[in-house]
Design a binder for this molecule. Sequence first.
Ligand SMILES: [Zn+2]
Length: 143
Amino acid sequence: MQLLISSAMLADLQQLTQAAAPQEICGLLFGREGRVSARRTAKNVAQDPQRHFEIDPATLIAAERHQRDGGEPILGYYHSHPAGTVRPSITDAECAAPDDRFWLILNGQDAAAWRATEKGKVYGRFDAIPLDCFGAKGQTAAK
Ligand SMILES: [Zn+2]
């Protein structure tokens, strides 16, 4: 299993990460079978958005409803560590449900993909998974 994202979307997220620093950005990833087809920005409603993130529950509820109604499923979450590494923090592990969803973490330059599982190797909650990009050409070929 890997996380597949378009290079354009990844570049976009790195730019948003840099623009919002020192605050963390966050949002939802949509798609199937590890392939991101869309994303949605969420408000970071954490009390200290420079150190943590919390996706606006209203955005999450709307996305869950959309999925239930046959819309594109929630593939996972993204957030930034503008002053840190792209590894999950202990707080990330404490907040993550073991729902097998993907976590994309960015710092403005690097990005890494993780999966929230019951017995992950990182803080007992995350497993590292490959992050792959596809360009506009690959996207066209797949259709
Ligand atoms: Zn984090």
